[in-house]
Design a protein around this ligand. Sequence first.
Ligand code: AGP
Length: 372
Amino acid sequence: SASDKGGWSSFMAKEITENPDAVANTVRGRVVDGLVEVPELTELGDDVLNGINRIILVACGTASYAGMVGAYAIEQWARIPVEVQLSHEFRYRDPVITPETLIISISQSGETMDTLMAVKYAREQGARTISVCNTQGATIPRESDAVVYTHAGPEVAVASTKAFVAQITALYLIGLHIARSKNTVDEKELRRLAADLQALPAKVTKVLETGEKISQLAKWMSDTPSVLFLGRHVGYPIALEGALKLKELAYIHAEGFAAGELKHGPIALIDHGQPVFVIVPSPRGSALIHSKVVSNIQEIRARGARVIAIAEQGDAAVLPYADEVIQIPLADPMFEPILAVVPLQIFAMELADAKGLDVDQPRNLAKSVTVE
Ligand code: AGP
């Protein structure tokens, strides 16, 4: 009913505004004296954690994109090889699993059958299992050795929004906890990252202010047959997520690419008027990667693309080439996905709305997929 939506036009609209709380509530209680400490992981035992030599993140859909972001972070901080596998692929590929393998499943509902089967299989093979889940007492956490709950609150809209940013947040926390335990990041840097993580919710609130501009863009583009999304490093999974949101809500063909792949094929798609969202990495992360993405923007612009850049405030390099720039506040470059995804969530919702579609209940989809 309208009252459950608290005056919002849809659950999705409401849940997007809850993004800042989802991050804040997931971090809450997990930073102690300025350092990340996840009690649920302490229970697992430091010796177990420190002995892990391979991490596989398993999930489906949007949760798998959260996993991809988490993989960059955990691998960089904890110096453990991390990969992401779709649950339904993982389960049937005869994966190499040992007692030193850690499986981290990610599921909002905790009931996704594909992911549940992957976790059960991994356990049978002797792996340690951690569940990142948004639903207390759900099946996947019950089948896992430990659970790190995301505290996004109940998510009703079929399209995942606040649960996604909470999942990414939980994976940052896990990465920083292991890094601390293994001593792979020095304490000063651990403190800086923890403080930056705690500062994120207020920045997400800032990004919500771009909603009006995005809504306008969505209205202009409501008859577009296709939208492309480009990103690099942690921006790459965000490109994939932007495309998935548009497919599921607006029924528009959309595709996300790693920006470096452009010249290996996708650039042939660029024709006059093709809308392309580009998630521009922070120049403060890698100046080299940033300049490469700016070159990508020039290349597609020269071929007629209509470029909408999502870039950090003060990034003047993109201004001459982009048709539109959506600015996001400065954060540690690893944390940018949490900010960059918000305009893409709003864009998909507004475009679906402009087409007169039901944003909470898109056709052919269920909130949780409990069949294999
Ligand atoms: C997200 O917008 C989708 N509806 C879908 O990809 C979802 O994230 C996926 O089915 C996984 O669900 P879960 O997190 O409940 O396991």
